[in-house]
Design a protein. Structure first.
Length: 151
């Protein structure tokens, strides 16, 4: 499984811990930055990860910033991305089962290391449920196409 991962300065340390965990599990992890706790702008890294996922160079994305909110908002601007800002394992599972989310965003100021790793594990190990959810995800894609094409 290929994972694109990125963070801003607030999420750097947690990103590094999640990255190490994923690599120990034998996953192919593409770290798109940042590389320190020096102040940077989260949209730069969210966009990079989102493009890796939307182009299918990565199967899933993991984003970490202070709250997870800015990363999710930015990633969701890229066509084909369904990024979920998650702070619990249940949210991670439901974002995959019901929404076919392809990026998980985590807030380093909200979620501790152990829970962050559990969230990422649940996210990556949960399959999309299909069924009634197919129609809903298709509607999201239709709205995305209509709104992006209207500009």
């Amino acid at each position: 499984m290929k994972i694109a991962i990125g963070a801003d300065h607030a999420g750097f340390e947690l990103k590094e811990k999640v990255k190490q965990h994923l690599m120990k599990r034998g996953m192919n992890v593409n770290d798109l930055g940042t590389v320190s706790t020096e102040s940077v702008d989260y949209p730069d890294f969210a966009q990079k990860v989102a493009h890796e996922v939307s182009s299918r160079k990565a199967d899933y994305g993991v984003l970490v910033c202070g709250s997870g909110i800015g990363m999710a908002i930015t990633a969701n601007k890229v066509p084909g991305i369904r990024a979920a800002n998650v702070s619990s394992e249940v949210e991670a599972q439901l974002s995959r089962e019901h929404n076919d989310a392809n990026i998980v965003a985590i807030g380093a100021r909200i979620v501790k290391e152990t829970l962050a790793i559990d969230i990422v594990e649940r996210f990556l190990n949960t399959a999309f449920a299909h069924g009634r959810h197919d129609q809903r995800v298709a509607k999201i894609a239709k709205i995305e196409k209509e709104e992006c094409g209207a500009k």
